[in-house]
Design a protein around this ligand. Structure first.
Ligand code: MTE
Length: 315
């Protein structure tokens, strides 16, 4: 995803969270433990342990990948994580990421803003494994066994108000850890967004692991989004903030190049990227395979876009 425009004015907003958003640990646990979807009796683990606890989790058969799983050594060494550089070989640089402790905020149009550590959240969520196809807008693809929980569970925890229409996600902002963020003309932090309807679709997944282990740093530890019917850039890594809003979020890529990277970014082989075809893709094992509408997940998501045909659904 070559970067074109320099926008010196597009400096990142401050990541400082107002004191009023903070919530103590006991209140968080009360909030989470009232959720019926959580495993009864799950207990809080000591700091640092929850990220690694319980792996591997049971694999769901509800989302057949229909292609061979990408070998772990390929999926963990060919990555996009611009915070750590623009090449695909960011795994070594990404080892500077510190996934624990990892403060997260749920805020915006919600009943009550929540602040907690990712470990507390993960320890309380119903983890499962799902094997999903991942289609990057650059026309490479992989098949990855993710561990995590439905994004719908996070929406439920947040209790958005009726006015909320979108969910906005934000990656950490720390240029001392992530040298890519010293590129001041890029609109850090990385931001992505979806509608509430998309966020509560069965497929929308928050990943905490891959290949039966906690997420490797280069894949977005400790917690990331996975939206398999959309181009991979929507699947934001290393999330620190989830905000419910009535304004359509403008993503990192949309800020950089709106004509090439839009809000919807649903996979469609018939709608070319302005600079290349999307008709086929190259797997990380080197095969060329046809690309499918919604990356083959139309049965789950096509209905989300009825009535939205005038939108740029595939850019
Ligand atoms: N999230 C952040 N924060 N920074 C990034 O550079 N790259 C995106 C997405 N999430 C990116 C990100 C892109 S372009 C893709 S294709 C996927 O992550 C790649 O995920 P993977 O490296 O785990 O395969």
């Amino acid at each position: 995803m070559p970067l074109y425009r320099s926008r010196p004015w597009a400096l990142p907003a401050s990541a400082v969270t107002p004191e009023s958003l903070f919530m103590n640990r006991r209140s968080l646990l009360q909030a989470i433990s009232t959720m019926p979807l959580l495993a009864a009796g799950a207990s809080l683990l000591a700091p640092g342990n929850a990220l690694a606890a319980g792996y591997p989790y049971p694999r769901s058969s509800a989302y057949p990948p229909e292609r061979a799983e990408t070998p772990e050594n390929l999926a963990t060494t060919y990555n996009n994580f611009y915070e750590f550089g623009t090449s695909k070989s960011v795994a070594a640089a990404a080892q500077a990421l510190k996934p624990s402790p990892w403060k997260m905020v749920l805020d915006g149009m919600v009943e009550k803003p929540l602040t907690f550590d990712a470990e507390e959240l993960i320890a309380r969520m119903p983890l499962e494994e799902r094997v999903y196809r991942l289609r990057c807008v650059e026309a490479w693809s992989a098949v990855i066994p993710w561990t995590g929980f439905p994004l719908a569970a996070l929406v439920k925890l947040a209790q958005p108000t009726a006015a909320a229409k979108y969910v906005r996600f934000e990656t950490f902002l720390d240029s001392s850890m992530a040298p890519g963020q010293r590129q001041f003309w890029q609109p850090w932090p990385y931001v992505e967004g979806v509608t509430i309807a998309e966020a509560t679709n069965d497929l929308a997944f928050i990943a905490t692991g891959a290949y039966g282990k906690p997420l490797p740093k280069q894949m977005g530890a400790p917690i990331r989004l996975v939206l398999p019917w959309k181009y991979g850039f929507k699947s934001i890594k290393s999330i620190v903030k989830v905000t419910f809003t009535d304004k359509r979020p403008v993503s990192y890529w949309e800020q950089l190049q709106a004509s090439e990277y839009g809000f919807w970014a649903n996979v469609n082989p018939e709608v070319a990227h302005p600079r290349w075809s999307q008709a086929s893709e190259r797997t990380l094992t080197g095969e060329r395979v046809p690309t499918r509408l919604f990356n083959g997940y139309g049965a789950w998501v096509a209905d989300l876009y009825k009535g939205l045909e005038r939108e740029r659904l595939y850019i």
